[in-house]
Write a protein that binds this ligand. Structure first.
Ligand code: C5P
Length: 224
């Protein structure tokens, strides 16, 4: 077994999907359930880590033994992750972060009228994973030794994944094979984990806990 190989380590996991407010009652969101991030948090607790779970809009009970910080938007998730990551040993970004948000949030509910509504203008959200890697490179705080991301790719999984790993500057990139009842909202996942400076690790279809344990194996190996 893996025993308590993460004992004495502080790990940060992000989970769920961000919501970007349009007005007080409406948002732009995504279908992330948070199941993979919660599986990562549970398995890290089981392996002895101190776990901070940054959860965006997840309808799941708090995993026992983890510190849960609930957030809504990409900007909220950024603040919580950067705060928790200072001094942490590893960060795993499993959350589906919206790439864009409405440029302006209406303070009152947008009214229905006979005319077509005004278009919703979007602005880019920060790429939290890339920012974390940039901050680590700048090296002004004890940033995590291991930074991992997730990516959903449908084609050219290896080539697209390797390019993304390099572009973001992270250590591990879990590339999900989407479609065929995998990934979003299902208990199973299948993935290829790309490793900076190493060979990819293929994880066959199975429970999200299994994939989570392989991620922590690779994290623990890099921390050792
Ligand atoms: O570029 P892409 O969205 O495919 O990258 C996915 C990875 O980057 C995930 O780990 C996700 O949590 C992270 N991400 C982020 N900030 C964003 C978009 C994605 O940290 N704005």
């Amino acid at each position: 077994g893996r025993g308590a190989d993460l004992a004495g380590r502080h790990v940060v996991v992000s989970a769920g999907g961000t919501r970007e407010a349009i007005d007080p009652v409406r948002f732009i969101g995504n279908r992330s359930s948070g199941l993979q991030g919660y599986a990562l948090a549970r398995t890290a607790v089981a392996r002895g880590a101190r776990v901070t779970l940054v959860a965006a809009n997840v309808a799941l009970p708090d995993p026992a033994g983890a510190t849960v910080v609930r957030v809504e938007s990409a900007l909220g998730l950024r603040e919580a992750v950067l705060e928790a990551a200072g001094g942490a040993d590893a960060v795993v970004m499993a959350a589906a972060v919206a790439d864009f948000r409405p440029a302006a949030r209406s303070d009152s509910k947008i009214k229905k009228s006979s005319a077509d509504p005004e278009p919703i203008h979007l602005t880019k959200n920060p790429d939290i994973l890339a920012e974390l890697c940039d901050l680590r490179r700048a090296g002004r705080r004890p940033w995590p030794e291991v930074i991992a991301g997730f990516a959903a790719e449908t084609d050219d999984v290896l080539a697209n994944g390797q390019a993304k790993l390099a572009r973001k500057g992270c250590d591990l990139l879990v590339v999900n094979q989407v479609g065929e009842n995998l990934a979003f909202g299902t208990p199973d996942n299948a993935a290829v984990i790309l490793v900076a400076g190493g060979d990819p690790v293929e994880v066959p279809r199975g429970p999200k806990e299994g994939l989570a344990d392989v991620v922590w194996d690779l994290v623990a190996a890099r921390l050792a």
